[in-house]
Ligand binder design. Structure first.
Ligand code: HEC
Ligand code: HEC
Ligand code: HEC
Ligand code: HEC
Ligand code: HEC
Ligand code: HEC
Ligand code: HEC
Ligand code: HEC
Ligand code: HEC
Length: 447
């Protein structure tokens, strides 16, 4: 041990030149001075990485987490008697971070908006419980998800917990079949999530409103406040469906018999876009998973489907009608605007499917149908108007032609006599002018 330290001190003298010059506490912590001089590897890496850390940015040094005395450039800096935490075992880490992050008064000085429940939440999670109760060394601790010396706020795109990076952070363990072998749980969550509506919305459309792992499982591995189990978290974002579901027979019975709520019909990680075809007991219908055609569930399914289909078909045909009227130049923008309300009614009806009762779906479908009926009438009127206009145009054209002909005839009628008069007079005059009035004839020809 002593030999090691002599080596370290010699290395230090060699790498940093004059030790005394570096040991001014206002300059830099002795921990940094010594550790950055140590050979490349786990003892010096923390110094290099710490430059981009959020704590470094707030002026905290190594001592803030590790304790010890940053003014001593020697082994005594890491003396447990000077507060140095020798024990860096996984069990110690939540308390190390929680020392500040669970202290509301301390944290308020820096950022009053920041939550101070990370340690408590973590302790209640599967990770935290296994860590403490079973001394499980494979579960995640604070520094599995936040890199110990390169911590960044979640809003930083380079952060391991930025929404676009969370799936990758969790996958480091959860997609590693070898690492997870002892637990007998699937390791396909990230893969399935990646091809779900949520995963695609987040990574392809960059819709930060779409959930990633922590939105459903809680930032710190426990379900979010007020939610008893993870399956209920869907309601954070899909509150209308959640409300309908809660009041339904399914909402009542699923928790009692262990059916996983929303996930029973939508899956949990591989959630796909919903469609009307899902309602039913035939092919593609999900109700068939648990209901026969003759059962009450099957009967309701068919009725609900019929209702939704009728509104969708009416909406589509009204839209098409108004569109053709618009393309023909009839003004129908108000009717098109009004029809949007029928689209909203269709959205409401689809959400009302989660009551799983035709009666409840019927009321929003009826409201929608009343609007599509109006729009349909307006569309037919518009086409009628168009027909009227077209007939009008034909009549107008006919009248114009008749008028032109009449006008020509009239012109002929007016001009006719004078012309025949000229011809007539010419004829009449010819014999006369032949002879003595030949000058007359020349005059007329030259004019
Ligand atoms: C004079 C050089 C020197 C100084 C100053 C120094 N260290 Fe170290 N530190 C070492 C060496 C060498 C080791 C590896 C040997 C050991 O663990 O004792 C080490 C180990 C560590 C470890 C790993 C402990 C473990 O159990 O794996 C931590 C953490 C650490 N130092 C933090 C600090 C902090 C914080 C400070 C400032 C308060 C500090 N060091 C000051 C040289 C130094
Ligand atoms: C935000 C808290 C925090 C700060 C600040 C911090 N560390 Fe650490 N450090 C840790 C934690 C937690 C671990 C244990 C990491 C693990 O188990 O993976 C650790 C581990 C270490 C180790 C052991 C690495 C190993 O792999 O054995 C060294 C050396 C170390 N830190 C040095 C430093 C130095 C030097 C500084 C200042 C530049 C520093 N740390 C600042 C939290 C911190
Ligand atoms: C010495 C007190 C202290 C310790 C110990 C500490 N932190 Fe911090 N941490 C802070 C303060 C102060 C901030 C800055 C808050 C702010 O201004 O937003 C912060 C910021 C953070 C942030 C960014 C929060 C945000 O959204 O801005 C994360 C993540 C974080 N710490 C995680 C950890 C982890 C993980 C550990 C343990 C390895 C740890 N901290 C240890 C005091 C501490
Ligand atoms: C299983 C992974 C995981 C573990 C373990 C974990 N965190 Fe986090 N942490 C996250 C995620 C994900 C976020 C981002 C939340 C968000 O998007 O707002 C986060 C955010 C934070 C923040 C920012 C403020 C907040 O609450 O959103 C702090 C501070 C923080 N964690 C501290 C800790 C501390 C301290 C521990 C250990 C007691 C810890 N974390 C353990 C994943 C984890
Ligand atoms: C360091 C590795 C590691 C990381 C990183 C990690 N976990 Fe875990 N996680 C585990 C282990 C190990 C278990 C225990 C498995 C068990 O008990 O079935 C576990 C358990 C869980 C469970 C409970 C599984 C069950 O059986 O009910 C959930 C949910 C979970 N993790 C989600 C996450 C999420 C979300 C993230 C990222 C924010 C994450 N984990 C990050 C290792 C990790
Ligand atoms: C849309 C919400 C949602 C998202 C996003 C989500 N999960 Fe889950 N997860 C669930 C539900 C619901 C369960 C089932 C819980 C139950 O049955 O108690 C579950 C179960 C799990 C389990 C337990 C084992 C299993 O497969 O059943 C693990 C581990 C897990 N999720 C990890 C993850 C990870 C990692 C991610 C990100 C890649 C993720 N989850 C994303 C909702 C979600
Ligand atoms: C018994 C099966 C079932 C359960 C349980 C279920 N849904 Fe649905 N869900 C459906 C069907 C069927 C559709 C398709 C409705 C349509 O498009 O006509 C759907 C559609 C959706 C849609 C797409 C938008 C919409 O309203 O059409 C969302 C979002 C949704 N469900 C969320 C949830 C949530 C959140 C829960 C849990 C609170 C849940 N679902 C529970 C069957 C179910
Ligand atoms: C953090 C918010 C959030 C959470 C939590 C969430 N979702 Fe979503 N969900 C979204 C967003 C945003 C979309 C829209 C994605 C897109 O652009 O298509 C979506 C889309 C859907 C769709 C497809 C809707 C459609 O129009 O076809 C279904 C079904 C769905 N979610 C079900 C669920 C279920 C089931 C859960 C819980 C296990 C859940 N969601 C949790 C935000 C969330
Ligand atoms: C995961 C299985 C499952 C799926 C999928 C499912 N149900 Fe059910 N449903 C049940 C259970 C269980 C009951 C309770 C039966 C009871 O009360 O005895 C029930 C009850 C009902 C009831 C009340 C029946 C009664 O006798 O009062 C209706 C209506 C119903 N479901 C409609 C539907 C419709 C519509 C769908 C498809 C959109 C559907 N269910 C999908 C499991 C399911």
């Amino acid at each position: 041990m002593f030999a090691t330290w002599v080596g370290v001190m010699l290395l230090l003298t060699w790498r940093t030149g004059v030790i005394e010059a570096q040991s001014d506490p206002t300059e830099v912590e002795s921990c940094v001075t010594c550790h950055q001089a140590l050979p490349d590897g786990p003892l010096s890496d923390p110094v290099t990485r710490y430059g981009d850390d959020v704590h470094s940015g707030k002026g905290f040094g190594c001592v803030a987490c590790h304790g010890g005395d940053g003014t001593i450039l020697g082994p005594e800096a890491m003396d447990p008697a000077r507060g140095f935490l020798r024990d860096l075992s996984r069990q110690r880490i939540p308390t190390m971070c929680g020392h500040c992050h669970s202290d509301a008064a301390f944290m308020r000085q820096y950022n009053p908006g920041l939550r101070v429940d990370q340690e408590v939440e973590y302790q209640s999670s599967v990770h935290g419980q296994r860590l403490v109760q079973e001394s499980d060394s494979l579960v995640a601790t604070c520094v599995s998800c936040h890199p110990a010396h390169g911590i960044r706020p979640p809003s930083d795109p380079l952060s391991s917990v930025h929404p676009l990076n969370v799936a990758k952070t969790c996958s480091a363990c959860h997609a590693n079949a070898q690492y997870m072998a002892d637990y007998g749980i699937p390791t396909d969550q990230a893969e399935k999530y990646g091809r779900s509506v949520h995963g695609e919305a987040l990574t392809v459309a960059r819709d930060l409103g779409a959930p990633t792992c922590n939105d459903c499982h809680g930032n710190h591995g426990a379900a979010p406040p007020g939610v008893s189990w993870v399956g209920n978290t869907c309601g954070q974002c899909h509150s209308v469906q959640e409300q309908h579901f809660e009041t339904s027979r399914h909402g009542e019975i699923f928790p009692l018999i262990g059916i996983p709520g929303c996930a029973a019909c939508h899956n949990n990680h591989e959630i796909q876009a919903a469609s009307d075809e899902m309602i039913g007991v035939g092919e593609g219908g999900i109700c068939a998973k648990c209901h026969t055609e003759e059962s009450e569930g099957g009967i309701q399914a068919l009725q609900i489907r019929r209702l939704i289909d009728s509104l969708r078909i009416q909406l589509d045909s009204s839209r098409a009608l108004l569109e053709s009227a618009e393309n023909s130049g009839v003004e129908v923008s108000q009717a098109q605007y009004d029809l949007e309300a029928a689209h909203s009614a269709l959205v409401e009806s689809r959400a009302a499917v989660h009551t799983f009762r035709a009666g409840a779906v019927d009321s929003s479908v009826a409201a929608g149908l009343a609007i599509t009926d109006q729009a349909f009438i307006r569309g037919m009127d518009a086409l009628g108007e168009l027909r009227f206009r077209r007939t009008g145009l034909a009549v107008f054209a006919l009248i114009t032609v008749v008028l032109i002909v009449a006008l020509l005839l009239k012109i002929k009628e007016i001009e006719g006599p004078s012309m025949s008069y000229i011809m007539f007079t010419r004829e009449m005059r010819l014999p006369e002018t032949r002879g003595p009035g030949s000058s007359d004839r020349n005059d007329e020809e030259s004019s």
